[in-house]
Design a protein around this ligand. Structure first.
Ligand SMILES: Cc1cc2nc3c(=O)[nH]c(=O)nc-3n(C[C@H](O)[C@H](O)[C@H](O)COP(=O)(O)OP(=O)(O)OC[C@H]3O[C@@H](n4cnc5c(N)ncnc54)[C@H](O)[C@@H]3O)c2cc1C
Length: 515
């Protein structure tokens, strides 16, 4: 036995001891023997893609267009169950045709800098630079294949105009394009058939293929991948259980949302069979805006539309606790210090009406299915959405401390007059809050929607093995890639990265080298 194999085995034992194996599904536990190849392959293709979200479908189309044979395995029963489908349709990109049309100044270096800076310099350079350089190219591919209407918008954390928003506020637009293109190319998606094993030739440090198992029939299929396997199996925020398992610091808290298949089981398969180390697993994107409607479920409130018009963020004591202009994910850690772990966006009727003039309910409350009637129901219920004629009534409904709120409003209004936020240095001091009301408020907890950890990759998206050397034939794309966002996710970068990394992985595995 070589020193190398000894070390790898020790690594695997350590991974099991730290709990990675403890949550393995029965399908995973049953096939824990590593092998370079099965007795017989059922199918041979150039590339196997695992995962049929934005990253996986984009990768499969690129493989096909570069004349490769490709199949996709997906744990869900439809690409419309993916996180990409659920997303708010914000996609950041440098060098896109839309940026050029709007003559927006930008450079890939500034984009990469913004990502690193927002993520507290905890990002990894390889995926960040690949993303920053090629995101426009990937977005243009979607646009050129019929993407629904979109526009550029300014977004917190991005110093230049590079956030592209779907008019629908829905990631469904991306999946519509990709599903159409997958069908046009007659690429087969094996739905309800998750990855259960990776075949790995340890001597050659090469992945040779995979096994996937149909959830309903238990039938296994073993596929040889001549050029490579692309892991595009999403993040770990699929269920409250998977989120709490991987990130115990959030256990039991806030709203959890994501594709329910995304539980990290594919990461565990790779850890077990190839020995790939995982990185950045403690970081998740947590927006300070989850409205807890039922258990850990609920929509989210794009509170910044209200604060842009003059609203403020308060805690249960009636006090502001942060500058409302702070980056969205940067606000979340402050919630832990608030009594009850929540906050409220607070405003008078003038500010509320001004915001409503510009945004539909579906845009304000990140659920397109919500309309005016649904919102009205919530106001009447008075549990998370508060509306009151007087401050006394508002505090009675919401549980906010009346004396604290009165003091805070007096201070805020004086500061607005002086154009100086003496508490937190906010600079857009637009309008005083009318102490006579009526008043509006929406109560929010952390909203955990995507994860930032997974495989470490090279600048060609090749997965690093136990010895931090690239594993031949193993690539990663989308939310399975570690270190894109560092410690904090900045809006639009996850959807942007998913499609860009899928686009690049598909081309790289087929021979593209100019990254
Ligand atoms: C509600 C919500 C809103 C969001 N809004 C935005 C936004 O506006 N902008 C932004 O940048 N980001 C946003 N995000 C994050 C972003 O959507 C995702 O990070 C991105 O779409 C991930 O793409 P993906 O292809 O990696 O994963 P997915 O789209 O989730 O695809 C992964 C696929 O892998 C499959 N899978 C899982 N396990 C296995 C397995 N073992 N074997 C085979 N297949 C498997 C799943 O079935 C799934 O279809 C949002 C996320 C959510 C949940």
């Amino acid at each position: 036995m070589t020193n190398a194999s000894l070390t790898r085995r020790h690594f695997l034992a350590a991974a099991a001891a730290t709990g990675a194996a403890a949550a393995a599904t029965p399908a995973l536990a049953a096939s824990s023997q590593n092998a370079a190849a099965p007795a017989k392959w059922d199918l041979t293709v150039d590339v196997v893609v695992c995962g049929a979200g934005g990253a996986g479908l984009m990768a499969a189309c690129q493989v096909y267009d570069k004349k490769g044979s490709v199949v996709v395995f997906d744990k869900s029963y439809s690409p419309y169950e993916s996180a990409t489908r659920m997303c708010g349709g914000l996609y950041t990109a440098y060098g896109s045709a839309i940026q050029k049309r709007e003559k927006a100044h930008d450079s890939w270096q500034e984009f990469a800098h913004d990502i690193m800076d927002y993520g507290s310099y905890m990002s990894l350079k390889e995926p960040v630079e690949l993303f920053a350089k090629h995101s426009g190219e990937a977005f243009d591919w979607l646009e050129n294949h019929g993407l629904a209407p979109h526009h550029l918008e300014k977004y917190a954390g991005h110093s230049n105009l590079r956030a592209i928003r779907q008019e629908s506020y829905q990631g469904k637009d991306y999946i519509d394009v990709l599903v159409k293109e997958i069908k046009n190319r007659k690429i087969r998606i094996y739905e309800g058939t998750p990855l259960t094993r990776i075949f790995f030739d340890q001597k050659k440090n090469t992945v040779t293929g995979i096994e996937a198992t149909n959830i309903d029939t238990g039938k296994k299929i073993r596929v040889r991948a001549k050029r490579g396997v692309i892991m595009a199996t999403g993040g770990i925020t699929g269920t409250p259980e998977s989120l709490d398992f991987w990130v115990p610091s959030v256990a039991g808290k806030g709203v959890q949302i994501g594709c329910s298949a995304n539980d990290g089981s594919a990461l565990r398969v790779a850890c077990r069979d190839v020995g790939t180390p995982l990185s950045h697993m403690q970081y998740i994107a947590s927006y300070p805006c989850g409205v807890v409607i039922s258990g850990r479920r609920g929509p989210y409130c794009r509170f910044w539309y209200f604060t842009n018009a003059g609203g403020i963020l308060i805690n249960k004591n009636g006090k502001r606790f942060v500058s409302e202009k702070e980056g969205i994910c940067h606000i979340t850690p402050h919630l832990a210090g608030n009594p009850g772990g929540y906050h409220i966006v607070f405003m008078d009727k003038k500010i509320y009406d001004e915001t409503r003039k510009h945004y539909k309910v579906g845009a304000l409350i990140g659920l397109p299915s919500w309309n005016d009637e649904r919102l009205e129901e919530e106001f009447k219920l008075g549990k998370n959405f508060f509306r009151a004629n007087t401050l006394e009534e508002f505090c009675k409904q919401s549980g906010v401390d009346l004396k604290g709120l009165k003091e805070q409003l007096e201070k805020w209004n004086k500061d607005v007059e002086a154009k100086n936020d003496s508490q937190f240095g906010r600079t857009d001091m637009k309008t005083k809050i009318d102490m006579n009301g009526p008043f509006y408020g929406i109560k929010m907890y952390p909203w955990n929607n995507l994860s930032c950890g997974g495989f470490r990759v090279t600048d060609h998206l090749q997965v690093l093995g136990w010895d931090l050397k690239p594993v031949k034939g193993l690539y990663a794309a989308g939310e399975t890639v570690a270190g894109v966002h560092g410690a904090f996710y900045c809006g639009g970068n996850a959807c942007g990265f998913a499609h860009t990394s899928g686009y690049m992985a598909g081309q790289i595995v087929m021979g593209r080298t100019d990254v």
